[in-house]
Design a protein around this ligand. Structure first.
Ligand SMILES: C[S@@+](CC[C@H](N)C(=O)[O-])C[C@H]1O[C@@H](n2cnc3c(N)ncnc32)[C@H](O)[C@@H]1O
Length: 296
């Protein structure tokens, strides 16, 4: 504890981060290497600062990793053309009329929302990451808005379509939050509305997992390790920047078509169609890279 504090130089920043920590209960402030173990500095439930070994505790990893600039640096080469072609295909398939309302659930920095708005839709993008929402907000207009919101809970409006895109699901610690999110999507649909979840095809991803690789982006060498453990796909991302060592771990539940069917049944949802890629070709469990579910 004393050691941790003596490592931290910027007290003002710390105070701000601690305020965030109070609201999240646990928050990754900065990874500090101590010996050969890496820790997060977090506030526990008694509001005491503790060092928590990062490899043993992934609680709410998404609240910190997705909020860092490094996440956006690592994934900056995402294929925007492919994302836009997907939005064209999807809105045509759903026959969505211009001006209809779409909720982009877990919108990140808003790449799909912004494009959907350019297509003429009234779009609301929500995400847990304050930094992503702050960034996306610069693109707001009368028919495009971005809000910080937790997708486990219904958003207070109804939409013609709710899109959950690019594997923005399966992060939750509590199993019931997967079902809560699906129920929240349903409750956000108007009478004729469609829900869409664009998830990874877990069996295809596991069969094609690259166990280790290094990606250098903007001069930062990201060493990436991938493995499957207890039904989750883990991605450990290590790098060094400005003389600091960092380690973040993505952890996504390997959710299969049958699992989704099970959630849908519990949420009284009808599965209408299943696609396996962004060209909306039929889902093939062995060969499709994506699992795209259309439901009501
Ligand atoms: C893989 S990214 C995809 C972002 C965006 N859909 C895209 O394609 O660029 C997953 C997103 O889910 C968000 N997220 C994770 N948990 C969330 C939650 N409980 N509520 C809302 N957003 C969440 C993250 O902050 C992150 O922006």
């Amino acid at each position: 504890m004393t050691h941790a504090l003596s490592c931290l130089k910027y007290e003002a920043t710390i105070r701000i981060k601690l305020l965030e920590a109070v609201s999240l209960n646990t928050f990754c402030f900065k990874n500090k290497s101590k010996g050969n173990e890496t820790f997060n500095l977090v506030l526990n439930r008694k509001n005491t600062l503790i060092l928590r070994p990062i490899l043993k505790d992934y609680t709410m990893w998404y609240a910190s990793w997705f909020d860092t600039p490094y996440y956006h640096i690592l994934y900056k080469d995402r294929d925007h053309r492919e994302a836009q072609a997907f939005m064209n295909n999807l809105t045509n398939y759903l026959s969505l009329e211009p001006k209809e309302k779409i909720l982009d659930l877990a919108c990140g920095k808003g790449r799909h929302s912004i494009y959907l708005n350019q297509l003429g839709y009234d779009v609301t993008g929500i995400d847990l990451s304050k930094n992503s929402i702050t960034y996306a907000s610069q693109f707001e207009n009368e028919t495009l808005r971005f809000r910080v919101h937790d997708m486990c809970k219904p958003y207070p409006e109804k939409f013609s379509a709710v899109f959950n895109l690019f594997t923005s699901f399966g992060y939750f610690e509590k199993e019931e939050d997967n079902l809560n999110t699906i129920k929240a999507i349903k409750s956000n649909l108007n009478q004729s509305g469609f829900g869409v979840i664009d998830f990874m095809n877990a069996s295809y991803i596991i069969d094609n997992l690259v166990p280790e690789e290094t990606k250098t982006v903007e001069g930062i060498a990201f060493n990436i390790k991938r493995y499957v453990q207890e039904g989750y796909i883990f991605k450990e991302i290590r790098f060094r920047d400005a003389n600091e060592d960092f380690l973040f771990t993505e952890k996504v539940k390997a959710i299969y078509l049958d699992d989704f069917k099970n959630y849908f049944q519990k949420a009284a949802i009808n599965l209408l169609d299943i696609f396996g890629n962004y060209d909306l070709e039929k889902f093939n469990p062995k060969e499709s890279p994506r699992l795209i579910l259309i439901f009501k």
